[in-house]
Design a protein around this ligand. Sequence first.
Ligand SMILES: *[C@@H]1O[C@H](CO)[C@@H](O)[C@H](O)[C@H]1NC(C)=O
Ligand SMILES: *[C@@H]1O[C@H](CO)[C@@H](O)[C@H](O)[C@H]1NC(C)=O
Ligand SMILES: *[C@@H]1O[C@H](CO)[C@@H](O)[C@H](O)[C@H]1NC(C)=O
Length: 344
Amino acid sequence: MLQFLSLATALAAGTLPHPASAAGLNEAATAIGLEYFGTATDNPELTDVPYVAQLNNTADFGQITVGNSQKWDATEPTQNTFSFADGDAVVSLAEGNDQLVRCHTLVWYNQLPNWVTSGNWTNATLTAVMENHITKVVSHYKGRCHHWDVVNEALNEDGTYRDNIFLSTIGPSYIPLAFSFAAAADPDAKLYYNDYNLEYGGDKATAALDIVAAVQDAGAKIDGVGFQAHFEVGTVPDSASLATILTSFTDLGVEVAITEADIRIELPATEEALVQQAEDFGALAEACVGVEGCVGFTIWDYTDRYSWVPGVFPGFGAALPWDEDLVEKPAYDGLLEGLGGEAE
Ligand SMILES: *[C@@H]1O[C@H](CO)[C@@H](O)[C@H](O)[C@H]1NC(C)=O
Ligand SMILES: *[C@@H]1O[C@H](CO)[C@@H](O)[C@H](O)[C@H]1NC(C)=O
Ligand SMILES: *[C@@H]1O[C@H](CO)[C@@H](O)[C@H](O)[C@H]1NC(C)=O
């Protein structure tokens, strides 16, 4: 069991030594049976040498997610002209460190180039465009992506399909089609559906279960479901509830992963909020560890220096386990404990 009361007490007493790691996050994760603990990164921060030095630290990170540079607007900015340099830079860095790569993402309503969203497509022409995109991008990275997020955020909060050019032109079958095109281009990559707010169960999670079943019923390959886990502090479900949701997916024969975790705090972050954040991160990790078939845990970048949160949630920040100075926060120890590691 976690001992957050003692963590909170130690923090309040100022007796918690930093860094507290007896082992790193990835070392703890793999020791307890996960495949990896990892982080997303993005190209602009790869010029920040101290940042990259820690990104390279495989005691903490055994896996890297490509934050933006494999998205459609980055890889196929004009039709059938592909651009892989930025994605390659992230993948090569990970490979240089023997870190697994989660490749992200092929079909998403957002960060699409204009030529896709404003094209006058028919079902047949847009299906061909989607097939060409998926085939070229997945083939380029063939053998180098441990996971591919094939379809991202296809659902509204009420469990209906999110409107996008693919849904309105092709219909819901764009989802199984995308998975079958990806599987044909790289049979060895684990193919994921990835979304947020699945962690509470309810209509959206039920609809995601239906997506898994629909892809399977269409005879296409789907290997996993990514739980993004973007939270506000204090709203993370308890680990037992989350484990139940995760298990409802693994019961369909797919694996699951925490893929984009961050836990935002209203600024300025109080010590109490930072302790709550440590508990929240710990509960997430504990839930994954407790579910056979939860294979890994990824945070959406590792330091508040490069978090997307302040730009998207005005007034919020401090969402990651390392602060803006690359110093570990209580959340680091919370994660480590949730992963069964020893925070000293
Ligand atoms: C990070 O790792 C990459 C790949 O191994 C290496 O090329 C680079 O020099 C490393 N950078 C730092 C700052 O450690
Ligand atoms: C869109 O495509 C349809 C059928 O392919 C065609 O009839 C129509 O003129 C096109 N509209 C525009 C604005 O190009
Ligand atoms: C588009 O074509 C596919 C077959 O490729 C079919 O399953 C689907 O129902 C069609 N969608 C629409 C909206 O007609």
